[in-house]
Design a binder for this molecule. Structure first.
Ligand code: 5GP
Length: 193
């Protein structure tokens, strides 16, 4: 098991409806030493890409993406959830369905902060059905920028997102892939990588 899988087994809580809670080290309280290690690991995996921006989505991706951006020495940009029905023309927009809240949000990125020619590394905490990632990819494409890769902390491999994204031919690196989890027993099975 790698450092993250060990931590998931120790402190993760399997909830009903295919939800894994990692509030004690990733999603509410954050273990900063672990974040630093995650930042270094993504930097190592995407070292050959000339990344110019790290992009994530609020809220839970932000902390992680900061540590990744620091390793690359580039800015971190996060897509904001917008409740406004009047979207300004100075932003890129995509519709994203939330896995945890089951609602749809427009997410926006100012045109100031993502430009043609930017080489973007997308980072997020979880990958489930892939809606958040597809929204972010569409924003990158609207900007005329390129997706150099995607780094995910925890992929739930029994949901469809990973397959959809890999089929697009993007380099997707997930630090832990969960193939099965059981809310009754709390058991978590990781994919060998
Ligand atoms: P997707 O868009 O891939 O369906 O879901 C990804 C987003 O939903 C992530 O940004 C994450 O915030 C949230 N998410 C999905 N599954 C889980 C989960 O099992 N636990 C937690 N804490 N968040 C999740």
């Amino acid at each position: 098991m790698n450092f993250l899988e060990e931590r998931i087994v120790k402190d993760g809580k399997v909830k009903p409806n295919n939800v894994l809670k990692v509030d004690s080290f990733l999603n509410h309280q954050m273990d900063i030493s672990l974040m630093e290690e995650i930042g270094r690991e993504f930097h190592r995996r995407f070292a050959d890409k000339k990344v110019t921006k790290v992009l994530t989505i609020e809220a839970s991706g932000i902390g992680i993406a900061c540590f990744v951006a620091k390793e690359f020495g580039v800015p971190m940009v996060f897509a904001k959830k917008s409740h406004s029905i009047n979207i300004d023309s100075d932003v890129y927009v995509a519709e994203v369905e939330s896995f945890t809240h089951k609602n749809k949000n427009n997410v926006i990125v100012s045109k100031q902060f993502l430009n043609e020619g930017d080489r973007v590394l997308i980072i997020d905490d979880f990958l489930a059905n892939g809606c958040a990632l597809q929204g972010l990819m569409s924003i990158v494409s609207s900007a005329g920028a390129s997706v150099e890769g995607i780094g995910i902390v925890i992929e739930k491999g029994f949901q469809i997102g990973g397959q959809i994204i890999r089929n697009l031919g993007v380099q997707l690196e997930s630090l832990a892939i969960i193939d099965a989890m059981d809310a009754e027993t709390g058991t978590i099975t990781f994919r060998e990588q």
